[in-house]
Design a protein. Structure first.
Ligand code: T3D
Length: 257
């Protein structure tokens, strides 16, 4: 049913492969909507406990397909109607999402990687905050995430210069969870995704919510939110299993409930 992405679920991991390799996986309206749909389907599927977004071919994603926009396009409307909902689906997903950045991530492709919880970065990959190169500003929450991750000075530098950041530079900046050698790419990404999928999924969702809430709440409000999150985590089967396994001096077996 998907035309512009590949989608499969294997060993509790949903794999979303951006699939327009001849265009460096640049976003079309259709691809944007399909990503949104696939993330939602993964969120709704109890079998899925981690999501990986990656690119087919040599790129991760080159941002908006520039052959699809015209001078008449209202870019504000495009963001509000299309990119905003897609990036919110990723950002608000309660399950862990991994960007497996196999190659260049530019423009909104960079933003998509930033909205994920982890960035596994191939040694062949790079990031380009390309918006300024065509006279635009970073979008899809790009500056929101970038400033938090690497600080204002570096976020500005990347955004104002629009130059390529290599995998090694991304690691130094703190953008990469891990840089992976090309020959170990598939097995290391799979092992990482399966490790994440074996964790207590409900607690992960609550940790993500708490962290996000910390940016918007007073300390008092935050402590209340945290207490509610912990109350919910304490009701899960995985919490009971975690404590039991600890006391029995064995590894816990979490089921994501
Ligand atoms: O609706 C709106 O516009 C608002 C939303 C905006 C969100 C955005 O994402 S704006 C930013 C859009 N993206 C860019 O400006 C990036 C443009 N691409 C590049 O800067 C470079 O292609 C890359 C740095 C990504 C990769 O460079 P390189 O040297 O590895 O590859 P290349 O040779 O430049 O590209 C290969 C082909 O892909 C080429 O086609 P060709 O000549 O072989 O037929 C190139 O035109 C095509 N391609 C790459 N990026 C895009 C693209 N085609 C359409 N749209 C693209 N974004």
């Amino acid at each position: 049913m998907y035309e512009t992405i590949k989608y499969k679920v294997e060993s509790a991991v949903a794999w979303i492969g951006l699939n327009r390799p001849e265009k460096l996986n640049a976003f079309t309206r259709r691809m944007n909507e399909e990503i949104q749909h696939a993330v939602r389907a993964s969120e709704d599927n109890a079998e899925v406990r981690a999501i990986v977004i990656t690119g087919e071919g040599r790129a991760f994603c080159a941002g908006q397909d520039l052959t699809e926009v015209t001078p008449e396009t209202n870019l504000g409307d495009v963001l509000l109607d299309l990119y905003g909902p897609m990036i919110k689906e990723v950002a608000n997903c309660e399950k862990p999402i991994i960007a497996a950045v196999n190659g260049v991530a530019a423009g909104a492709g960079f933003s998509l990687a930033l909205a994920c919880d982890f960035r596994l970065v191939s040694e062949k990959a790079s990031f380009v905050n390309a918006f300024v190169n065509i006279g635009l500003i970073p979008d899809c929450g790009n500056l929101y995430y970038l400033t938090r991750m690497i600080g204002q000075a570096k976020a500005l530098e990347l955004s104002l210069l629009g130059e390529k950041v290599t995998a090694a530079q991304a690691e130094q900046l703190g953008l990469a969870t891990k840089v992976i050698a090309a020959e170990e790419w598939k097995e290391q990404v799979t092992a990482f995704a399966e490790k994440v999928a074996s964790k207590p999924t409900m607690a992960i969702g609550l940790i993500k919510q708490s962290l996000e809430a910390s940016y918007h709440l007073s300390f008092d409000q935050y402590l209340k939110t945290e207490a509610e999150g912990q109350r919910l985590a304490g009701l899960t089967k995985d919490y009971k299993e975690g404590v039991t396994a600890y006391l029995e001096k064995r590894k816990p077996h979490f089921i994501g409930q």
